[in-house]
Write a protein that binds this ligand. Structure first.
Ligand code: GLN
Length: 544
């Protein structure tokens, strides 16, 4: 039977609970344990798919097509374990299920209540498909004391009882603020937060204390005393210089030992952390650096491009270089006083990432043109591939009105909405004017690459599978004219209907992909497209 680790946060949000969960899972994995991490989100959206990236950061897509919290991206990047729909639940999804059952009459006349119906659903979710695991880590979103997280904390309380003593551990992540005027770290917020959690019936076993200054032994002892945990279970967590330094740092602070001790497991020999020390070695001793311009829309908030940012870092790890990312607002390149040359000339490579809606599209098309004409490496992801096709149609095939139906009706739909496509489960259909939630081509789809293409060399394969999240597709009716203009369709869906990859063989590096390769990149296994793109940027940096 799997053991459970429940992770809650206190005092303030944004303490890096997700990263903590991912790092702990990586440490347990490095000791040979089988792990899976799950995220419980207390908000009422059914999933984050319809939430603005400004509100919630990136939507992370799993192989099985779930639109999930970005923390699941951390989980995958740190453990290599592919997340699934069943690893992310929201209050909204739970209520949706319960209300559907209630309408069907499944509750046989009973009054449907938070306890036991909602809490039972949470417990079921936590325990589903866990037989082949040693540890299941469950991260509860939000902060203890929030009204909406109460049913989750209550479910944990019950589950800890159901599982029996010794089969679960509660970790509480808190803040120990530094008050500069007093020159002191303050433990009181942590004491209050633990008291709040304990009042809900959950006594934490391990405390992870985020702090900006080293936590003196005296303060560690004080927290242990007031919060009812052993001193060795009070883990100081200072800011790390890279997120990939966190697993080793937590290990040195004794996190994995404290957790195993709390389970009554003798920690045994030290975990093998060479994977993480190698990564940090490459990150801290780069042999060069490159600057990549990302021309996007949500550039004010980097969480909106979390996986992309990480995949670029991984490309740097693969090439032993530091990757500087310049986030550039595409709208700067629209209108008469666009300073595109001044902004993009210093870039060693240009990337246009995924996006929704027309705003900034012209600026992105101008960036594609700039990269193509100046022979600067170009990587177009999803929307970035679509705009590369529009640019090719307008500038090389003479189709001045080339556009995407995403921007409204057009006579030249180089990019258009597909309402029918094939999946392993059969034909999928969408209504053009249907719901926005959960109606995209989502999740892993296979693609066939042309054996003579640049991308098949990059992948070292002609059969790939990548994750999708989009409504529109490049229209194969334009394939011939686009290919005449040098934009080759080098990857297609297995039935040959949907373009998956386009490339310009006559350009130093020009690739557009309909999927999101950044979702599958890992620091210890950089995605081949990102490794190759950063290598092209390194080449470019030697030219300028
Ligand atoms: N908006 C485009 C579509 O829906 C691209 C989406 C994306 O870049 N993820 O097809």
């Amino acid at each position: 039977m799997a053991r459970f680790i429940f992770i809650t946060g206190g005092v303030v949000s944004s303490l890096g609970k997700g990263l903590m969960a991912a790092s702990l899972a990586a440490l347990l994995q490095a000791r040979g344990y089988r792990v899976r991490i799950r995220k419980f989100d207390p908000y009422l959206n059914v999933d984050p798919g319809t939430m603005s990236p400004y509100q919630h950061g990136e939507v992370y897509v799993t192989d099985d097509g779930a639109e999930t919290d970005l923390d699941l991206g951390h989980y995958e990047r740190f453990t290599g374990v592919a997340s699934r729909q069943s690893d992310n639940i929201t209050s909204g999804r739970i209520y949706q299920q319960i209300i559907t059952r209630e309408r069907r009459g499944d509750y046989l006349g009973a009054t449907v209540q938070v306890i036991p119906h909602v809490t039972d659903a949470i417990k079921e979710f936590a325990q589903a498909e866990t037989d082949d695991l040693d540890f299941v880590l469950c991260e509860i979103g939000g902060t203890v004391g929030d009204i909406e997280s109460l049913p989750f904390i209550e479910a944990i309380r019950q589950l800890r009882n159901d599982l029996g003593r010794g089969n679960s551990v509660s970790i509480h992540v808190t803040l120990v603020p530094y008050i500069a005027a007093a020159g002191e770290l303050k433990t009181k917020p942590t004491q209050h937060s633990v008291r709040e959690l304990a009042a809900l019936g959950v006594q934490p076993d391990v405390l992870v204390c985020r702090c900006e200054q080293p936590l003196p032994e005296s303060e560690r002892a004080k927290i242990a005393l007031f919060c009812n945990v052993p001193k060795t279970a009070v883990i100081p967590a200072l800011d790390a210089k890279s997120i990939y330094a966190v697993p080793v740092q937590y290990h040195h602070e004794g996190l994995d030992d404290a957790v195993l001790n709390a389970f009554g497991i003798l920690p045994g020999s030290a975990p093998d952390l060479s994977r993480w020390t190698d990564i940090m070695d490459r990150l801290t001793n780069p042999e060069g650096e490159v600057t990549i311009g990302v021309v996007g829309k949500y550039v004010g908030l980097q969480d909106a491009y979390k996986s992309l940012n990480e995949a670029l870092v991984h490309g740097g790890i693969a090439n032993k270089v530091k990757v500087n990312v310049e986030w550039i607002d595409a709208e700067l390149f629209e209108g008469p006083d666009s300073d595109i040359a001044a902004r993009l000339e210093p870039m060693h490579a240009i990337l246009v990432p995924g996006a929704f809606g027309e705003r900034g599209a012209e600026g992105k098309i101008a960036s594609v043109r700039f990269a193509r004409e100046r022979e600067i490496p170009y990587f177009g992801i999803c929307f970035g591939m679509q705009m590369a096709c529009v640019e090719g149609a307008r500038d090389l095939a003479g189709i001045a009105d080339a556009s995407s139906t995403e921007f409204g009706p057009t006579d030249e739909p180089v990019v258009g909405m597909i309402t029918e496509w094939m999946t392993a489960e059969g034909v999928q259909k969408r209504e053009a004017g249907g719901d926005l939630g959960g109606t995209m081509r989502l999740g892993a789809y296979a693609a066939k690459l042309d054996g003579n293409s640049v991308v098949s060399t990059i992948y070292g394969d002609t059969d790939i599978s990548e994750r999708h999240r989009h409504r529109y597709e490049v229209n194969t009716a334009y394939r011939e004219v686009l290919e005449k203009g040098g934009l080759v369709f080098s990857g297609m869906s297995p039935d040959g209907m949907l373009p998956e990859i386009v490339e310009r063989p006559d350009h130093p590096w020009f690739v557009g992909v309909q999927f999101h390769p950044e979702l599958k990149s890992k620091p210890f296994d950089p995605h081949p497209l990102f490794a190759s793109f950063v290598a092209a940027a390194v080449k470019q940096s030697r030219l300028v």
